[in-house]
Design a binder for this molecule. Structure first.
Ligand code: SF4
Ligand code: SF4
Length: 466
């Protein structure tokens, strides 16, 4: 069977940790977490804000509203890694500003509420949700994606176990936008408890029917196009969108966020996040405010053996080196700075003293490596992993041995090894003819490659060939 199967790592964090409350001193809120245009800061330094105050106003076109996740004072409006950020000092009073209540649940009002509340794809896509719902295509199927097939991640699993009714009411309202009375929730069969809880909640749902579809566990079964094919047998054309085959897919976390927006009048300011990996002492899933740093999470999860001041110092050094590296055009200087960054990251990770060899935001297959604990989490980030050497083996790449394992696992049936080789040889015509455009960047090819070649990055590069 295509795709890959992981050994179970989800047990490490697939429970809600009630006793852990993450209350950061400062939050760093990204005004451009979405695909499309950034929002425009609509606060200034010194302004008082509440949880739910609008701080970034959506621009025309594909853009979203952004809200404060804490109550307090705007401290700085700045840029990190080329993105606009608002930094807010948390007064920890947790005062809330709500959206005005919905007068009626008409199609227009529901789509406007999605936009007003700043909803976008929380599974990593970052696509503004209201744009999906403004389609003029005929939609006859809504699927809520609760597969969470990535290694380690448990944020959706825990959300489904604790907020099943709310997710289904959110799904019912989303379905009503297209006049649908039935919708699907796709869940992998490694989440038995969540499936039972959702089925129980579905049996009590009034006004619509939620069909909970149990799917055999395998990565990347939750990829949008594969999920659509599994549930509806429809095939989204290459370069096309689910709406082209009459389908809308939303993550279960987006449905829950919509429930909060439509019923509780709360804009999107926080999300479920899991902390996992054998490099931390406490693990689990909890609610995290937008803009909380990884360091705040680590402190809340009580890895008591590290020195915070030392970690902050390393993090600042890494950030300064990165800025320097970005600013220079001198090739040799870049190489020298890259070496320094590598060393600083190593020291930084050693200072966590939990034998952390890698910190990943997201899952091990599609997540990104965090080089410092001062990186803030956005609303697309469902987990932070502190991995030890035993969990994450970064061996050096060697030569391809022609085993063809990468071809056997590729869920979209392309030939990663041949794409990578033709790209390397500069034979772009052959490369494009091998269909890299179909790649969904799942990383299965790199995962199984015995030569440890980074095939995924190569195929993604090939995908961008003009
Ligand atoms: S899996 Fe790796 S070693 Fe095997 S054919 Fe593909 S690239 Fe070559
Ligand atoms: S080529 Fe793309 S879709 Fe195929 S296994 Fe590799 S990353 Fe996944």
């Amino acid at each position: 069977m295509r795709g890959v199967k992981f050994k179970d790592t989800k047990y490490l964090s697939n429970f809600f940790v009630d006793e852990i409350k993450v209350e950061p001193e400062l939050v760093y809120i990204n005004l451009h977490p979405n695909t499309g245009a950034p929002s425009e800061a609509c606060v200034k330094v010194g302004d008082q804000v509440k949880i739910g105050s609008l701080i970034g106003k959506a621009k025309e076109g594909v853009s979203i509203n952004v809200f404060s996740s804490v109550s307090g004072v705007v401290k700085e409006i700045t840029e990190f890694d080329g993105k606009p950020y608002v930094i807010i000092q948390n007064d920890k009073k947790n005062t809330i500003k709500k959206l005005s209540p919905l007068k009626d649940f008409s199609k227009e009002n529901l789509i406007k509420r999605i936009f007003d509340a700043g909803l976008f794809g929380l599974s990593g896509s970052g696509f503004p949700t209201h744009i999906k719902y403004k389609t003029d295509k005929k939609i006859d199927c809504l699927i809520l994606n609760g597969c969470e097939c990535e290694n380690y991640l448990t944020c959706d699993d825990v959300l489904m176990k604790t907020k099943a009714t709310e997710i289904l009411i959110g799904g019912k309202l989303l379905a009503s936008i297209f006049g649908l009375k039935t919708f699907f929730v796709g869940v992998l069969d490694n989440k038995k408890e969540a499936i039972n809880i959702l089925r129980e909640a579905a049996s009590k749902l009034e006004g619509a029917k939620a069909i909970i579809v149990k799917i055999k566990t395998r990565y990347p079964r939750g990829a949008e196009k594969l999920l659509i094919k599994h549930i509806t047998k429809r095939v989204v054309p290459l370069g096309g969108l689910p709406a082209d085959v009459g389908v809308i897919v939303n993550n279960v976390a987006t449905a829950y966020a919509f429930y909060n927006a439509a019923i509780n009048n709360l804009p999107l300011t926080d999300r479920y996040v899991c902390v996992s990996g054998l490099g931390v002492k406490k693990r689990g899933t909890t609610i995290v405010k937008n803009g909380t740093t990884i360091l705040d999470l680590l402190e809340a999860f009580g890895n008591e053996t590290y020195d915070t001041a030392e970690l902050v110092e390393y993090s600042n050094t890494i950030r300064a080196l990165r800025d320097e590296e970005r600013a220079t055009v001198d090739k040799n200087k870049k190489i020298e700075l890259e070496k320094k960054i590598k060393l600083a990251v190593k020291k930084h990770n050693e200072a966590i003293k939990g034998e952390v060899s890698k910190i990943i935001i997201g899952g091990t297959m599609m997540g990104v490596t965090a080089s410092s604990l001062l990186i803030p989490l956005g609303l697309r980030d469902g987990g932070v992993l502190f991995l030890t050497k035993n969990e994450y083996n970064e061996s050096k790449p060697s030569n391809c041995i022609n085993c063809k394992k990468c071809i056997a696992v590729c869920p979209v049936r392309i030939r990663p090894v041949d794409i990578a080789k033709s790209l390397e040889m500069g034979d772009f015509k052959t490369c494009k003819s091998l269909n890299p455009i179909a790649c969904i960047a799942c990383g299965c090819c790199s995962y199984v490659c015995p030569a440890k070649l980074n095939l995924k990055d190569q195929v993604v590069k090939a995908k961008r060939l003009k």
